[in-house]
Design a protein around this ligand. Sequence first.
Ligand code: GUN
Length: 301
Amino acid sequence: MSAVVIDGKAMALSLRAELARKAAAFTARAGRPPSLAAVLVGDDPASAIYVRNKGVAARAAGFDSVEHHLPASTGQKNLMALVARLNADPRVDGILVQLPLPDGLDSGAVLIAVDPAKDVDGFHPLNVGRLALGEPACVPCTPQGCLIMLRHQLGDLTGREAVVIGRSGIVGRPMAALLVRENCTVTIAHSRTRGLAEVCRRGDILIAAAGRPELVRGDWIKPGATVIDVGINRLPAGIGKSRLVGDVCFAEAVQVAGAITPVPGGVGPMTIACLLANTLACACRRTGIDEERLLAGRPRP
Ligand code: GUN
């Protein structure tokens, strides 16, 4: 049997269209659009593409988006000064500092310097702590996107066995915290986990965020499970060519899973849509505008 392929691209487009309507309503109420400031340090090509895509998506949805590109030689003091300026700027609703930072910069010190009320990545320790405690928090974008796809596919997640491969602060740990909040029974597996295949086979839900191309094989998956592939790995494919693969061997997994996200076109587009959602939420909280009522009385398209 072949799994349902979850169309993250289509889901992200529909979420972005709704956010564009909300951004227009916000702009009418606040007299300015919701605004995002992105900080990119250095010349990592993948980071540059991510930041550019985030800016393009934000502007397309009617948000203001400013990218601050600093050279790799930037010192900690100058980076902290930029973050302080963005914190103090009343027109900036959301701040993201693209990770990883170049060697020599202390990302922990930078992330703790971001105003938690503008922390659209949810990386500030205050938001990390709030999420861990099950309190309202800015939630990291990638796990938030994964959760929206899971809810769309499965509805209520209560009581499900969830296995998360990966324990990064960007995906694995916040993903596990979100799944606990959804009443799942959660296992965090990682590179030191013994019997990883067997652990994965326990999951009604399997989140692959290990950063290892096609690590998860078909026989690691419980038949009928929902598989969310967070990996984005570029593999050589002939002379001068490459192809993108996830952390799951899609060709094998699609024969066993009940539903699966593709790479590309799965988690990636949802991450960007969730960044816009977080920016709008921060903008509403900062201005005292009720997000729930932004579209009240407006005709649905
Ligand atoms: N690097 C990889 N993913 C992310 C993300 O979601 N946010 C930021 N700021 N950096 C990243």
